[in-house]
Design a protein around this ligand. Sequence first.
Ligand code: CAA
Length: 289
Amino acid sequence: MKSLDDIQEVAVLGAGTMGHGIAQVAAQAGCNTVLYDISDVIVETGRAAIAAMLDKGVQKGKVSEEQRETTLARITTSTMLQDAVRDADAVIEAAPEKLDLKREIFSDILEVVSNDCILATNTSSLSISAIAECLPEPDRHRFVGLHFFNPPPLMKLLEIVRGDLTSDVCVEACRALGERLGKDPIVVRDAPGFASSRLGIVLGLEAIRMVQEDVASVADIDKAMELGYRHPMGPLKLTDLVGLDVRLAIAEYLAQELDDTRFEPPQLLCDMVAQGKLGKKTGSGFYDW
Ligand code: CAA
């Protein structure tokens, strides 16, 4: 398994909301980073979003012009999956939350990644051990959950999720990598929803049920948590930021895995996703963006 100093080359698979943010974090920490997705349009959109985030960081005085340039220079893009991971010391997959898709990706890269490359998934809720079933048993020792938070460049938490066969060496290498990326890691067992999504989703779903029941306006429900509980962002605005489709997928998965009505998605959430109102990324959700 790679030691901290060995991790120089990172491949991020998926250039969407989380993937491009993770690529930025890795490049900002000095890693040569390949950002992969299935089309040029998607990878270039991801790259443009990184540039915009860095620009905002420069405006706010948090990122220097030089850091902006070196970060962008360390990121290359690719639409060829096996090429993207060939030199990687760590692969971080950030594809949509579909078990079969994630398994397919890891199966496809196994024949080309180096033997000691860390294999990580950024899933928000899917079982790490279930994803790892696509790999031969020895490779499951180096398979791990690395769960980042949105927006990755600003959020300090990194949830390291150990599957049934994840080795201690792998967990410690990830802890060291996380700290190098400027994160504050926690280590969690592979239980449905881990430590973060299981709690976060309950609040989000309940807020949506309150909108359904006309308890208060969207803005006032958010204000209740922002001013009353000092949350940086209310649960409905946060649902817009994360993506209504992402939250729906997590809710459905947890309702099934935990067999618990608390996680059953409210009708309003299902309806909004069906209408394509996915939140910030589509310009419309509980708010207009
Ligand atoms: N680059 C660098 N730094 C930046 C920056 C940028 N582009 N933009 C902002 N910052 C810095 C600011 O300078 C500021 O720093 P200080 O605290 O040192 O002053 C800090 O980041 C906060 O920035 P702002 O004040 O401009 O912005 P904000 O107060 O509106 O905060 C936010 C933005 C950090 C996103 C905040 O609203 C927040 O924490 N929201 C909640 C986010 C959250 O809960 N995310 C988790 C979602 S769940 C998830 O992701 C898991 C999943 O699996 C679905």
